[in-house]
Ligand binder design. Structure first.
Ligand SMILES: [Fe+2]
Ligand SMILES: [Fe+2]
Length: 196
């Protein structure tokens, strides 16, 4: 099997997964695809090896796949989650990790799925990892994920403009997000291209 065929096959698998999740939740519709595109753009500007760009792209497509295991009433709740609901929602990276780990060709992306809600200051979940303990790939996807969430319309809040979302990322530079990646992303105006 050549690499190109493998890449195409992987895309088919992750597209089918994303479609399954989109069918379950109108809020997440198109989110995985956009996070995959934004993550790839960041990986490119960081000049990561092509195989790593590919891993990040596929991992980003899959990042929220664990939401399949979250009850619809929580996933689609048109308002803020209460503490118990939020704790349940926070299990989605681990659920996703277990799903992705079971598929041999997707196993290399499992850490991206598990760690996309970790924070540089160690206050993230599920493992409370800090700075370098979080893979570069997961740090990239965390930024792309938050940016897309902020710039998408949700039932309980209005979407931010691209400039507002960038200001918000800057505000959490070094605490939530990798400061060096944020600087490169901002200097190279990567996010301005993603006005979906
Ligand atoms: Fe997530
Ligand atoms: Fe997400």
């Amino acid at each position: 099997m050549n690499d190109l065929l493998l890449a195409g096959d992987l895309h088919e698998i992750v597209d089918a997964f994303s479609t399954t999740l989109d069918a379950k939740s109108a809020y997440t519709c198109g989110h995985s695809e956009r996070v995959a595109e934004i993550s790839l753009a960041i990986a490119k500007v960081l000049v990561l090896p092509e195989s790593e760009q590919m891993r990040i792209h596929i991992g980003a497509h899959l990042h929220d796949i664990g939401k399949i295991g979250i009850p619809d009433c929580i996933l689609n709740k048109p308002g803020k989650l209460n503490d118990i609901e939020y704790e349940m929602m926070k299990t989605h990276p681990t659920i996703g990790y277990h799903i992705v780990s079971k598929i041999r060709v997707l196993k290399p992306m499992a850490d991206i799925v598990r760690h996309h809600h970790e924070r540089m200051d160690g206050k993230g979940y599920p493992d409370g990892l800090k700075s370098d303990e979080i893979s570069l790939a997961s740090r990239i996807v965390a930024i792309a994920d938050t940016f897309d969430a902020m710039t998408s319309q949700r039932a309980y809040r209005k979407k931010l403009s691209i400039a507002e979302a960038i200001a918000e990322l800057k505000h959490h530079r070094g605490t939530q997000f990798d400061a060096a990646i944020i600087d490169v992303v901002i200097d190279n105006k990567i996010l301005e291209k993603f006005d979906f």
